[in-house]
Design a protein around this ligand. Structure first.
Ligand SMILES: O=C[C@H](O)COP(=O)(O)O
Length: 224
């Protein structure tokens, strides 16, 4: 069974989401992009306010693929005490260099999740490099939030292949990207470790709008 990850953008949203017993609370600022980041100080406050033992992830933002920029951002975000730091792998020709530098942090104990974007046709061969570098996990998301859900960019067979490769590499696997409640029955059989949501949890399914309790309860019910 897959777990449920829910993205929230403030302490108020995080506390509200916690009341629905979601498995992973993901801290990000959707208004700042696909993986827009919250301020490190805000993340630290949220980490200190949620129940201990609650799994928390945070993104470092839509950053350029520059190893030094990524390493600095990851160190700052990890210092807040989040369980996982998510790093977007945007189209660039130096992924292996970035993975190598981030791998130095991974080997020091940082729990890193690489985010690949289904709408940019990522080369899944990178999963092997992520494993060798010591990443904790890999997930699929979408970069362009107005171009449909993950299931419109990759077929069930392609998504199954992604999950299979991640599992074979011993990595946590996640699926996200404008997922709708209708996507859930398609994705659950793939047995990813978690399914991630933001837009579908919000009013009018707008990821920058406020959370909608009925939507959250509905999705929580479908994943339980
Ligand atoms: O990590 C999960 C994402 O926050 C998903 O956001 P989205 O559903 O708006 O694409």
């Amino acid at each position: 069974m897959s777990a449920m990850l829910a993205s929230v953008n403030s302490l108020q949203e995080a506390l509200f989401m916690q009341s629905f017993q979601v498995d992973v609370i993901d801290l990000k600022q959707p208004a700042k992009g696909a993986l827009g980041a919250l301020a490190v100080a805000d993340v630290a406050e949220i980490v200190n306010s949620l129940d201990s033992g609650r799994l928390i992830s945070a993104t470092v933002g839509d950053l350029p693929m520059q190893p030094d920029v990524l390493v600095t951002a990851v160190q700052a975000m990890a210092a807040t005490g989040v369980n996982y730091v998510k790093i977007g792998f945007f189209p660039a020709d130096n992924w292996l260099d970035c993975i190598h530098q981030l791998g130095i942090l991974a080997k020091q104990g940082y729990a890193l999740i690489a985010v690949l974007f289904a709408d940019s046709q990522p080369d899944l061969a990178v999963i092997q490099a992520l494993q060798q570098a010591g990443f904790a996990g890999v997930m699929l998301d979408t970069m362009h939030k107005n171009l449909g859900s993950l299931t419109q960019h990759m077929s069930p067979a392609e998504l199954q292949a992604f999950v299979g490769k991640a599992k074979a590499a011993g990595l946590i696997s996640g699926l996200a990207g404008s997922l709708t409640k209708e996507d859930i029955s398609v994705l659950l059989p793939l047995r990813a470790d978690y399914l991630g949501f933001r837009g579908a949890l919000c009013k009018q399914s707008q990821r920058t709008a406020g959370l909608d309790s009925q939507q959250i309860a509905d999705i929580r019910q479908r994943i339980k």
